[in-house]
Design a protein. Structure first.
Length: 193
């Protein structure tokens, strides 16, 4: 999980942090890789350094208010990998409560127009929400669950859906099966002798 987040300069810290049996290296080889015996890894410093490295990557965009929670998670992971315990189960549940999402618009307003659906994530109009949701790492089911929507909440604007359906009918999509049934099964049947 963390290897994709770490720049190369910090991989040596992560490598030394892991227990030797999980990385398939003997203890003597681990001691050769360490800088000195008196140097100890401080989980707080390591978690801070890893967080700074992750935030320094231009591809990772995080709101400022999410950084402390990310640092806590990183510290818990580092402590767990070092062989310690991250925290008590009760404290872990308090630190990560179920996140409440406030919609940008109401469900009624999101469906007010037949030309577009307004996203509850950012309040912008879309003809179809599927690509928008995948950009946020959500499936339609997760989106409906997150904002407490009915299972039949549409993901495509009504007029866009109608236009696509009309275009498909116009070019004859879906007609091959009907024509075969109406024609009495001509075509792929056995040849008569």
């Amino acid at each position: 999980m963390l290897s994709g987040l770490l720049p190369h300069r910090n991989l040596h810290l992560f490598w030394r942090l892991q227990p030797s049996e999980t990385r398939g290296v003997s203890t003597s080889k681990v001691q050769e890789n360490e800088v000195s015996d008196d140097q100890t890894l401080n989980p707080v410093e390591l978690a801070t350094e890893l967080t700074i490295a992750w935030l320094g990557n231009q591809n990772n965009r995080v709101a400022a208010e999410d950084v402390p929670q990310f640092l806590r998670t990183m510290h818990a992971t580092v402590t767990e990998l070092a062989g310690g315990t991250s925290s008590t189960p009760e404290a872990h549940e308090e630190a990560a409560p179920t996140e409440e999402f406030t919609p940008a618009v109401t469900a009624r307003k999101s469906l007010a127009s037949k030309d577009h659906i307004i996203s509850m994530i950012d309040g912008k109009p879309y003809k179809t929400l599927k690509r928008h949701l995948s950009g946020h790492g959500l499936t339609p089911e997760e989106y409906r669950r997150r904002y407490k929507l009915k299972p039949d909440y549409p993901m495509v604007a009504e007029n866009y859906s109608t236009a696509r359906r009309d275009m498909a009918k116009k070019i004859g999509l879906g007609q091959k099966g009907r024509a075969a049934k109406a024609g009495g099964g001509r075509g792929r049947g056995k040849a008569q002798v």
